[in-house]
Design a protein around this ligand. Sequence first.
Ligand SMILES: [Zn+2]
Ligand SMILES: [Zn+2]
Length: 298
Amino acid sequence: MTMEDTQPGAIIGLGLSIMFLYGMLEMLWLALISKQVSFKHDFWQSARNVVIVVSLSSIPLFSTAGFGLLGQELAPLQLGMEWYYWPLGLLIYEFWYWVQHFLAHKVRLLWCLHSPHHAPDTINMVVGYNHHMLEVPYMAFFMGFVPTLCGVPVEMVIVINGFDMIWGSMLHASPRVIKRRYGILEYFMQTPSYHRAHHAKNPRYMDTNYNATTLFWDWALGTLQPLRDDEPVEYGITRDVNVESWRDVQFGEMSLLWQDIKNAPDLKSKLGYTFCPPGWSHVGDHKMASTQKLALEN
Ligand SMILES: [Zn+2]
Ligand SMILES: [Zn+2]
């Protein structure tokens, strides 16, 4: 193994260690030392999903690297590993990150998989790892298979994904510990303040700030929403979810979708409930994020 092989791995390893250490210290400080939050309520609702997510992510077939190797095999052409290809590699990777996250918010079937990440009525480092078990292969497909199929080398994808994962986790730092503005970074990077807006159920903030590293695609595709001083974040999702019930967090959206499909009068309405944005209604009484935003403007 050469120096070039070991360096990115060592840097990602160091980043992961800092991220886990910070997460543990944040939890200890908030729940045990300063007693600002309840361990059971604020951390347990997310922590119980972490074991499942971490275990599934380590299965090669479900991992970004596993999907990446498959995509690279099928790619018609490939970028080099020279430094000047990296910005293009990041741009391609982040585009597909934006697409998967946009679809996860805008297609109700996929929202069933993504909503557990948004269900907590708070934000802290543990929320960062709180995902539905089926979201693991969904994200690995978009972050591993699709960028490599578009020509990004699998080694580049693994390094970018490693950084994206570490930075994306740090976006969940509790506002009770870290202040909310991040100086010059706010102009080009996703910061905890942007991601706090992403976790909000306020109509203005819903379905915004999809990326985890830079602001480029959110800015280019019109989904960038800075946190406003005059509108504090209300964390969570719009339905009444029992955040202390693992079953409701993981499967509540699926069971509501099933009810709507069952009660829909025809095939078109059944497909509408499955593939239209959450809040779509076959009688036209929509409660989608876009209709709520429209009401905000009027
Ligand atoms: Zn989201
Ligand atoms: Zn998040």
